[in-house]
Structures are given as structure tokens and as C-alpha cells.
Design a protein around this ligand. Structure first.
Ligand SMILES: NC(=O)c1ccc[n+]([C@@H]2O[C@H](COP(=O)([O-])OP(=O)(O)OC[C@H]3O[C@@H](n4cnc5c(N)ncnc54)[C@H](O)[C@@H]3O)[C@@H](O)[C@H]2O)c1
Length: 323
């Protein structure tokens, strides 16, 4: 199986003003995509994230993909070849609005799959998440690991995966699933309850607020630098057969406590750490198997030290602007 490159193609990125989506937009533009179209309702994404992409010709629609009419409107204006589906509402939103955390993940992909079934575009690359596996019943977790979501966010993601697989099975469409583990890097949201551990800790330290640790911090995660994820997705696009899914992660596992310590040491923070109650429904371990991705593509990974330094430098410059 060898698909054409994305260069020369018109590509739609849902959730393209978000963390990973904005880096994907930059990469596709650098690789010579004919046109990059971004749809994002700015639930968590921002126009700042896509300033450079829009400057290079990307078109942005502030629309909600849960509404089929929003996508119809975009498809009337652009002859889309490829869709990367990243739109989602962050995991922690499950604790605020469980129903909509689920619905966003399901309604968006169904709207896209219906368009694809009707021949409106050729290839769908759908973004799943390691969260669909739940806590590991064996490690490292490969693609055959049972799916046992522990949040409505992950349940919606698992349902979306099944939707993609069943549409491929029923209608022979060209759709596949990439399944990133925890990403980190520049542009990850640092605001409010939906912020990830690295950005929120960086923000707190730069704003005179003590960093927080939930529970003992023994939960472990497999952290991958966002540029590595994007690079892997671009390469997998060419070779991953329709209907298949693939993990994208590193072979490094790091506990949240270790991660917090690394951030604190990097910034030279000497103050206290606030101990908070463990978050309910937190998955304990996420240690991925990368055997499949390594068998499919040349898999280049940034070291955790390098990636973390680039990320923490980026946040430092973000937070120091205007000070
Ligand atoms: N960041 C990670 O560590 C990670 C790990 C595994 C999987 N993923 C997956 O990768 C994808 C991108 O994640 P991210 O970290 O960039 O998240 P993000 O929150 O930064 O980006 C998602 C974007 O979707 C937008 N959005 C939400 N609902 C929408 C809707 N109804 N219509 C249009 N846009 C909508 C948000 O505004 C946001 O910009 C997601 O599908 C996520 O599940 C991310």
C-alpha cells in the first residue's frame, strides 16, 4: 500500500488550531500541500497557534464539526482530498461536561465518514488516543490491547475508532487510525482546568503560583515530542492500510512525579509543591509498544531531554513576553 504524498493535495485539518493540529498544518505547508484548510471552533485552540500557517496561505474556519452543515459549507468551498481529524475536547472536560466530551468525539467523525462515504474526499486519517486502552492489562500495550476507557472522553474516542473501522468494512473507504500517546511541546494549552501537566506547571512557576501534584504522582505516561508525532503521521499516511490503527509513542515511560521534578529543576524553582487529591478515573500506566510503527516507517525520535528543553524554553519565552 502506498498512498501519494500530501504535497500537492488539498488537506482539511479538524482541530487544526489546537496543539498537534497547528504543528501538522505547519508541516503540511512546508511539505508543499496545495492548500491547507483548518476548521476549529476555538474551544481550546487559538488563532495565535495558526498565525504562521495562515501567513503561509492556510485558510481558517471558526466552525464546529459536530454540525454537518458546518462541514458541508467548507466542502462546498474547497475540493478536499485528505482529512486529518483531530478535533476533540480535552480529556479533563469529561469531568466538567461528560456528555459533550463523548459527543464531540463521535459526532465529528460520523459527519466526516458520511462525507467520505458520499465521495466528498479520498482519505481520512483519524486521531485516536492511548486513553482508549485504559489502564494497562499488559505492557507494553500494543494495538491489540483491550480497549477499556475510563472517561467519557476516551469512551467517545473508542467509539469513534469503531466507527472508522466499521465504515471501512462496510463501504471500503480509505480511512485509518493513528493513536498517539502523551504529546508535549510548544503550543500545548496552559490555561485553566484543561491544561496538561507540563504547560500548567510551567505557567505556575512563571506566575508565582506553586506547582501541584495530584496523588503521589506514581501514574506513568509515555511522552512523545509533538514534532515526532507529526513526522510519524506524515510517514504513516503513505503506508498504513485502511482500517488499521497504529500506536505513536516512545519507549520511555516517566512518572508524573519525575516529570514534575524535571520541570522544577529546569526552571530552578525552589518553592513548595502543593499536594492535591488524586484525580478520579486517572489511568495508572501507559507504556506503549512501538513495534508496529517501527516496522512501517523510519521512526526518528527526539530525546526526552532535548524535547523537554525546547518545550520549557518556548513556555519561558511565551510567559516572559510583556513582562
Ligand atoms: N495531546 C496529546 O497528548 C494527545 C494524545 C493522544 C491523542 N491525542 C489526539 O490528538 C488530537 C489533537 O489533540 P491536541 O492535544 O492537539 O488537542 P487540542 O485540544 O489542542 O486540539 C483539539 C482542537 O479541537 C478543537 N475542537 C474541539 N471541539 C471541536 C469541534 N466540535 N469542532 C471543531 N473543532 C473543535 C479545539 O478547539 C482544539 O483546537 C486529538 O484528537 C486527541 O485526542 C492527543
Amino acid at each position: 500500500m502506498l498512498r501519494d504524498q500530501c504535497s500537492g493535495k488539498t488537506v482539511l485539518i479538524t482541530g487544526g488550531a489546537g496543539f498537534i493540529g497547528s504543528h501538522l498544518a505547519d508541516r503540511l505547508l512546508n511539505d508543499g500541500a496545495k492548500q491547507v484548510v483548518i476548521v476549529d471552533n476555538l474551544f481550546l485552540g487559538s488563532e495565535k497557534n495558526i498565525e504562521s500557517a495562515v501567513g503561509k496561505g492556510a485558510v481558517f474556519y471558526n466552525e464546529d464539526i459536530e454540525y454537518a452543515a458546518s462541514l458541508d459549507y467548507i466542502f462546498e468551498r474547497h475540493s478536499i482530498d485528505i482529512v486529518f481529524n483531530l478535533a476533540t475536547k480535552a480529556l479533563n472536560y469529561s469531568f466538567i461536561n461528560p456528555g459533550n466530551a463523548f459527543t464531540t468525539n463521535v459526532a465529528g467523525v460520523i459527519n466526516l465518514l458520511e462525507l467520505q462515504r458520499k465521495g466528498k474526499f479520498k482519505t481520512l486519517c483519524h486521531f485516536s488516543t492511548s486513553e482508549v486502552y485504559g489502564t494497562a492489562v499488559y505492557e507494553p500495550m500494543d494495538e491489540a490491547h483491550p480497549k477499556a476507557p475510563t472517561t467519557t472522553y476516551a469512551a467517545g474516542k473508542a467509539a469513534a475508532d469503531l466507527a472508522v473501522e466499521s465504515y471501512v468494512n462496510m463501504f471500503n473507504i480509505d480511512a485509518f487510525i493513528v493513536r498517539p500517546f502523551n504529546n508535549y511541546g510548544p503550543r500545548q494549552n496552559y490555561k485553566g482546568l484543561l491544561a496538561g501537566i507540563i504547560p500548567i506547571t510551567a505557567w505556575r512557576i512563571h506566575n508565582g503560583v506553586s506547582p501541584e501534584l495530584h496523588g503521589e504522582g506514581e501514574q506513568s505516561r509515555d511522552f512523545i515530542f509533538v514534532h515526532d508525532t507529526v513526522d510519524a503521521v506524515i510517514k504513516l499516511f503513505r503506508v498504513l492500510p485502511a482500517g488499521e490503527s497504529v500506536n505513536i509513542s516512545t519507549d520511555n515511560c516517566c512518572t508524573i512525579k519525575d516529570l514534575l521534578d524535571r520541570v522544577i529543576i529546569y526552571y530552578g524553582y525552589k518553592g513548595p509543591i502543593l499536594k492535591k487529591k488524586a484525580r478520579g478515573a486517572d489511568v495508572l500506566t501507559h507504556n506503549a509498544s512501538n513495534q508496529k510503527v517501527k516496522s512501517l516507517i523510519e521512526y526518528d525520535l527526539t530525546s526526552f531531554d532535548d524535547g523537554l528543553a525546547k518545550t520549557l524554553d518556548w513556555y519561558r519565552s511565551e510567559f516572559n513576553v510583556g513582562k
